[in-house]
Design a protein around this ligand. Structure first.
Ligand SMILES: NC(=O)c1ccc[n+]([C@@H]2O[C@H](COP(=O)([O-])OP(=O)(O)OC[C@H]3O[C@@H](n4cnc5c(N)ncnc54)[C@H](OP(=O)(O)O)[C@@H]3O)[C@@H](O)[C@H]2O)c1
Length: 337
């Protein structure tokens, strides 16, 4: 066992989007667990764009607190138990998932970690954001066979799973959006999207009208802003919109990433009888088991892929965060330790 563990802390508050120099790699003594806690050596952690919002401050009602300079970053992680808590709970050598990523070693309350078990063959797949995508599509939008589904932010960690899951749940046509033609090509070839809209080219509303000439039944929204407005204009009667993220505000250069205001034509919402529903995976604990079973079954049958980018070494995590926010990657970004 080493004596020293490294972790990523917020060093300074950014003006605009966070840059690698806003973070510090800090050495600390390996923490000692108290009763009710276990020591975990992290193997992988998730680098996610919503970190911008946590850095921007706390959002009323959101499941996670904001970060201040000096705080260690946190997020989903997979690690190996080093020291168990007495004779109960996860055993040394066992893999667990928990929320204290961005550090090499973590002391985790036993009640706040989950054994990975054997359901998924690859431990890193537990960092896939499919649970959110599956929960939002089955509980939030209630996708039906034949639906035309539009996934904004369709190449991201959540979106890359949502497009595939929508198809597996019976969607007839799946449309996504992204920020570059290269990613659009990969989304068609690797994730099965029928059409991909490209942010920053023609107006999204025009692109969507061409991609879905008969309209949209389900809108899975990671973005808000212009994409939400376009979806209202393309909604079929009785369309179901599930709001999962607000990247247009979270990743805007201006502001602090904690708000995503948008002007909508409420007259169109009522005329088209659109249902708008927010979905939060953290408020839906019951979906996890069902999702894991389906993910395992679809993976075994070769029906779904977990697209992820592997970045080696904790010292590269701040740059990986910047690359994630600025759209370099497709899928989930994972730091391997
Ligand atoms: N409701 C829940 O339970 C829940 C759970 C997890 C995550 N979330 C939310 O889900 C959303 C997606 O999360 P994620 O981890 O999958 O993020 P993500 O898609 O990986 O976010 C990064 C991507 O956002 C896109 N992007 C960058 N700037 C943008 C802008 N100004 N407008 C629109 N898109 C921009 C870029 O992709 P492209 O270039 O490909 O567009 C970039 O690669 C986030 O809002 C997150 O907070 C919600």
């Amino acid at each position: 066992m080493p004596d020293i563990s490294r972790e990523i802390r917020l060093a300074t508050l950014p003006s605009g989007l966070p840059q690698p120099h806003n973070f510090a790699v800090v050495e600390t003594p390996v923490p000692i667990p108290a009763p009710g806690q276990i020591l975990v050596r992290n193997r992988f952690f998730h680098v996610f764009a919503a970190m911008r919002t946590l850095i921007g401050g706390s959002v009323a009602g959101a499941p996670f607190p904001g970060l201040n300079p000096g705080d260690t970053l946190f997020g989903a992680a997979i690690g190996e138990v080093v020291t168990a808590d007495g004779d109960t709970g996860p055993r040394p050598g066992e893999l667990v998932s928990h929320w204290l990523g961005w550090r090499e070693h973590a002391v985790v309350p036993v009640t706040q970690c989950s054994r990975l078990g054997q359901v998924l063959p690859d431990p890193v797949a537990h960092l896939a954001q499919g649970r959110t995508a599956y929960g939002a599509l089955t509980r939030g939008a209630e996708v039906r066979p034949g639906d035309t589904v539009y996934v904004s932010g369709g190449a991201g960690s959540v979106g890359s799973m949502a497009g595939q899951i929508a198809r597996l749940l019976g969607a007839g046509r799946v449309i996504g959006s992204t920020g570059s033609p290269e990613k659009a090509g990969r989304m068609r070839a690797e994730l099965g999207y029928d059409e991909v809209l490209i942010r920053g080219t023609d107006p999204i509303a025009d692109q969507l009208a061409k991609a879905a000439p008969d309209g949209v039944d389900v809108f899975f929204d990671n973005v808000g802003g212009e994409e939400l407005r376009a979806a209202v204009a393309a909604a079929r009667k009785g369309a179901r919109f599930v709001l999962v993220g607000a990247l247009s505000g979270q990743l805007a250069e201006e502001g602090d990433g904690t708000a995503a205001p948008v002007e909508l034509d409420s007259f169109q919402l009522l005329v088209r009888q659109v249902t708008l529903r927010g979905y939060s995976a953290s408020g839906d604990s019951e979906v996890q088991g069902e999702w894991l079973d389906r993910f395992a079954e679809w993976s075994r049958s070769g029906l779904i892929t977990f697209p992820y980018v592997r970045v080696e070494g904790i010292e590269n995590a701040p740059a990986a965060l910047y690359d994630t926010i600025t759209g370099l990657h497709l899928g989930t970004v994972v730091v391997a330790l």
